[in-house]
Design a protein. Structure first.
Length: 453
């Protein structure tokens, strides 16, 4: 039955060849997009303090969001309307009667001026057909998206894909931006500036009305700061002198236990110096008593030094500690007593300043409250002003279509159709024909053998 096999093979191959010739070739244009981490994925609150921005770093979420934008109906309709529905999907040929009736209706009832033409408005059928030829795929483990579109006309495929990329960038910016933010921030800046100016005017009025009390209060506050600093310095001096005195007394005790022959008091230069110092202190005491009372700080301090010098001289007459070391101890004690007396006087001065501040009218508290309010308004004003500048910069970047989307590979003009695959389809047709011919020959032989039997 070789003729049956040959006939089936030739008929099937011829049918496949006719089908290949009848099919419309489709050309595919490809583009590659890179989704970068940009300002669109960083959230900054419009109100409140300038906290740390919140960034979405989930790669899969970002890529899926971009794919949904690419596949949205609004994007497809915008592309079809921009390129032209008739150009992308030309209408089927109409017969003479249909064309005549449509032209007659258009002349009798013309559409209103400015209304979109039917060919310019993409319908659902055009959108569905576009989806069948539009492929968007994410490359695994990357930030790359592959986009392709197939069409019988290669130039139309390129034009459509170019427009897809442009509309996608616009849709991306619209999705991740809020045009109302600058207007909102402008209103908040004006509001906070008005509050700040009103508060500053209130501070100036308060200063004029309470100038004397404020000036006196500021002077007393400055004096109190100076006195407090002096108290700290005196405390440091007292602590140092006490440590020095402890060390000198330890040295004196150690010298008493050591062997040695002390100098005679009348030959010891330290004793001679102490006597001269005692005389000088007594003369100073007499001068002070002529000007101050016996209870004054200056007189009391000089008398304490006189007592210390006399105690030192008595120790020397009794054969006590080393004269030079004793003079150092006397000097340290004198300085210590002086600093303690000075601290008492300075603390008394601080108490007097505090009493004067308490006696002032209660205007300082109100003034500080006004200043704190102005500081708060100033902080809010600067915060909203900075956010407004950032929002305006972001808006300008949106207008210039600066986004985190980069086109790695622009749509290229295809030269070879991707469908139909002529050699593959012809090979499949020949294989099917051969199988069909062999099957028919086997069936025919089977029926022929049965009838002979």
């Amino acid at each position: 039955r070789w003729w049956l096999v040959l006939g089936a093979f030739l008929l099937t191959t011829a049918a496949a060849a006719v089908l290949i010739l009848v099919q419309t070739p489709l050309y595919e244009s490809d583009a590659v997009l890179l989704v970068k981490f940009g300002r669109e994925f960083v959230y900054q609150p419009e109100v409140g303090d300038r906290a740390t921005p919140i960034a979405n770093r989930n790669q899969e979420t970002l890529i899926n969001s971009e794919i949904r934008i690419l596949q949205s109906d609004n994007l497809i309709q915008s592309v079809l309307k921009s390129v032209g529905v008739e150009r992308v999907y030309p209408p089927q040929a109409q017969n003479f009667i249909q064309g005549f009736l449509k032209s007659l209706i258009a002349r009798v009832c013309p559409p209103p001026a400015g209304s979109p033409q039917p060919s310019d408005v993409p319908d659902n059928a055009a959108v569905l057909q576009f989806r069948q030829h539009f492929i968007v795929e994410a490359v695994p483990t990357t930030d790359v998206i592959d986009v392709s579109f197939t069409h019988p006309e290669p130039r139309v495929a390129v034009a459509v894909l170019d427009r897809v990329l442009e509309v996608f960038k616009e849709s991306h910016l619209q999705a991740f931006s809020d045009p109302g933010v600058p207007h909102f921030l402008e209103a908040k800046v004006a509001e906070s500036r008005g509050k700040l100016e009103k508060c500053e005017e209130g501070v100036r009025t308060f200063q004029v009305q309470n100038r004397d009390s404020l000036d006196q209060g500021e002077l007393l506050l400055h004096q109190r700061e100076v006195v407090e600093a002096g108290i700290k310095e005196v405390d440091n001096q007292i602590a140092g002198l006490r440590e020095k005195l402890v060390y000198l007394q330890y040295q004196a005790h150690s010298n008493e236990q050591a062997d040695g022959v002390p100098l005679q008091p009348e030959r010891d230069p330290a004793v001679t110096q102490a006597k001269a110092h005692l005389l000088e202190l007594q003369l100073t005491e007499q001068k002070l008593l002529a000007s101050f009372k016996e209870s004054s700080r200056q007189v009391v301090s000089v008398r304490k030094q006189i007592d210390l010098v006399k105690e030192f001289l008595r120790d020397q007459e009794q054969g006590g500690m080393n004269a030079e070391l004793g003079m150092q101890i006397v000097s340290a004690k004198a300085d210590l007593h002086f600093q303690e007396a000075k601290r008492t006087s300075v603390r008394r001065q601080l108490d007097e300043l505090n009493a004067q501040l308490e006696a002032l009218p209660r205007v300082e508290e109100s003034y500080n409250k006004l200043k704190r309010e102005c500081d708060s308004f100033e902080k809010n004003y600067q915060n909203y002003k900075q956010k407004l500048e950032e929002a305006r910069v972001s808006q300008e970047m949106d207008e210039q279509k600066i986004a985190n989307i980069s086109v790695i590979q622009k749509p290229g003009l295809p030269s070879v159709p991707v469908s139909p695959r002529k050699l593959l389809n012809l090979a499949v047709g020949m294989f099917v024909g051969a199988v069909l011919g062999v099957s028919l020959a086997f069936v025919t032989d089977s029926f022929g053998s049965g009838k002979t039997t």
